[in-house]
Ligand binder design. Structure first.
Ligand code: 1PR
Length: 523
């Protein structure tokens, strides 16, 4: 049996699912005495270093953990469960860590996007059974803005490169802790758990000289989900956001089945968008939560869910905050939530007030679950103008003239699934959301959605050049070469496809095969 330390933030469900998938039982510690009794302890952490240490102290876990670790008992720390082992972190300079490993946790100091999100390699530095049955060439899923810097390099188990090499896991005796998320790293990650649960006789992956690793461009499969008129929850797909064909909602399959298929085909991430979330209240929409719960039992790559994440008052007058909605999604297996319509309202208020209030959904959710957990889904449409001046928007010169031959355009944000245009542009919105604490931009295009005509390169460049957080390019993928184009002509770190995957026009595996010798990807 594995004891799991859950201090109440983020997605421990996926760690439980991964361990249970391997046939092992999980006992969730409910107090320090459970740590003392554990045979093998897993400590997954997400969110903020300061709030984690605060909760660990408040619940009396610090002494129990320190005692457990000093006795060299089997321990697997994940993400913040690694960072907690160090003396201090730049994320919360006044709050001490456990101090088991001398050293500090530092923020990435790089021109690259921060957080470091996605699949990156490892270079193994110590003999360990933790990587039995692996070659060492696999990629693992990372999502973090801070990394550990041990005083003594001998504790490093692996290095990974993001701008500079950093220590991506440590090992000392029976204590192993990884910055990457084995529970989100597909088969390679499951192998790490298996080796922790019961290391078999397999050959350990070989130690390698310190070489560079590379972050992969991500291929994301997106499932737009809604109920049909008959009330069945289905994956649908629009043409420029119109999901009806001959009056009926297009039904392209069951959400859980499709998500599983895309995982098996090699999707690096899966996104569910509850596309009628703007009018239905998701906490009443239990089937959507059930979809997430079932999916996360079998799918071990990151799951994002969007739709309806906003404050809400139900007919009885009960008020729900966006944070409560997000928390329910995280508890059900989501790694990230995506905010669409509400982000536009938040940014309009922020621009009008000229300062942060700390009260918006973006600020509140990122403060508790970390910036990486908050994705902003933008639904822009091109608005053509004759000339660049005269508009308070980010206007670009375009190679795709408008209906009257206009040579300039801006990208107008919309809400409610494209039904309503707002007076804010996608570039301004993305920058403001980054200021407020968002960790990633999911950049759709109503003009390209469902057209199979390729991504809107001008839109993606305008936004990706303006922000330092990762941008997921979305809308218009129709062939393998469109993915190559978006990765070579823009700074997008991920590209999303929906229709081509649902209609089986091009499988994800074919996209990856096509890209394999041209851009860095995870195979
Ligand atoms: O506003 O916070 O409730 O979130 C609602 C979410 O639902 C938003 O993220 C919004 O983008 C999405 N949404 C709302 N209506 C639609 C619709 O299609 N009628 N879908 C919709 C948006 C865009 C992508 C699509 C890509 C790729 N769909 O999700 O998957 O365009 O498609 P393609 O590869 O087939 O071209 P809130």
């Amino acid at each position: 049996m594995i004891t799991l330390l859950d201090y109440g933030a983020g997605n421990v469900r996926s760690v439980i699912n991964a361990i249970e998938k391997l046939g092992e039982t999980v006992y969730i510690a409910s107090g320090p005495e459970d740590i003392a009794r554990a045979d093998k302890l897993v400590f997954p952490g997400v969110g903020n270093f300061g709030s984690m240490m605060h909760v660990l102290r408040g619940k009396g876990y610090v002494a129990a953990l320190t005692h457990y670790l000093k006795a060299d008992r089997p321990f697997l720390g994940i993400c913040l469960g690694l960072q907690a082992l160090f003396e201090k972190s730049e994320e919360a300079p006044d709050i001490p860590g456990l101090g088991i490993i001398p050293g500090a946790v530092k923020r990435f100091d790089t021109d690259l996007s921060v957080p470091h999100i996605g699949w990156n390699g490892i270079v193994i530095q110590q003999e360990t059974a933790m990587f039995n049955h692996l070659s060492g060439a696999e990629k693992f899923y990372f999502v973090h803005s801070y990394h550990v810097v041990p005083n003594h390099p001998g504790v490093a188990l692996t290095y990974t490169t993001y701008g500079e090499p950093f220590v991506s896991s440590v090992k000392a005796g029976n204590m192993v802790a990884t910055q990457f998320h084995p529970e989100k790293s597909g088969d390679a990650g499951l192998a790490v758990f298996q080796n922790f649960i019961q290391p078999g006789p397999g050959r350990p992956a070989s130690i390698r000289p310190k070489t560079e690793t590379h972050l992969a461009k991500r291929i994301v499969a997106c499932l737009d989900v809604r109920a049909t008129d008959a009330g069945d929850l289905v994956v649908t797909k629009g043409d420029q956001y119109d999901v009806r064909e001959k009056g009926e909602v297009r039904d392209l399959g069951k959400p859980v089945d499709l998500a599983r298929r895309y995982y098996e085909e090699g999707a690096d991430e899966i996104t569910f968008l509850n596309i009628t979330g703007f009018r239905d209240f998701p906490l009443k929409d239990l089937p959507m939560l059930a979809v997430l719960k079932q999916t996360s039992r079998h799918v071990f790559v990151p799951l994002t869910i969007g739709g309806g994440i906003r404050d809400y008052t139900d007919p009885s007058g009960r008020m729900y905050t966006a944070l409560e909605v997000a928390a329910e999604y995280f508890r059900s297996g989501a790694d990230k939530i995506s905010i669409g319509s509400d982000a536009v309202a938040i940014v309009e208020d922020y621009l009008a007030a000229g300062e942060r209030t700390g009260k918006s959904a973006i600020e509140q959710i990122s403060a508790i679950y970390g910036n990486q957990a908050v994705v902003i889904s933008i639904d822009p449409r091109r608005a053509y103008v004759d000339r660049p001046g005269g508009k308070p928007h980010h206007v670009i010169e375009t190679e795709l003239p408008g209906p009257k031959g206009e040579r300039h355009c801006w990208f107008q944000c919309t809400v409610k699934g494209g039904r309503e245009g707002r007076p804010v542009d996608a570039v301004t919105l993305a920058k403001a959301c980054e200021d407020l604490g968002a960790g990633e931009i999911l950049l759709n295009s109503i003009d390209r959605d469902g057209t199979n005509s390729g991504f809107d390169i001008e839109l993606i460049n305008a936004v990706a050049d303006a922000v330092s957080i990762p941008v997921i390019a979305s809308s218009g993928a129709g062939s393998e070469s469109h993915f190559l184009e978006v990765f070579t002509r823009t700074g997008a770190e991920a590209a999303l496809g929906a229709g081509i995957f649902h209609r089986r026009e091009v499988p994800i595996s074919a996209v990856k095969k096509y890209l394999a010798d041209k851009v860095e990807i995870r195979l």
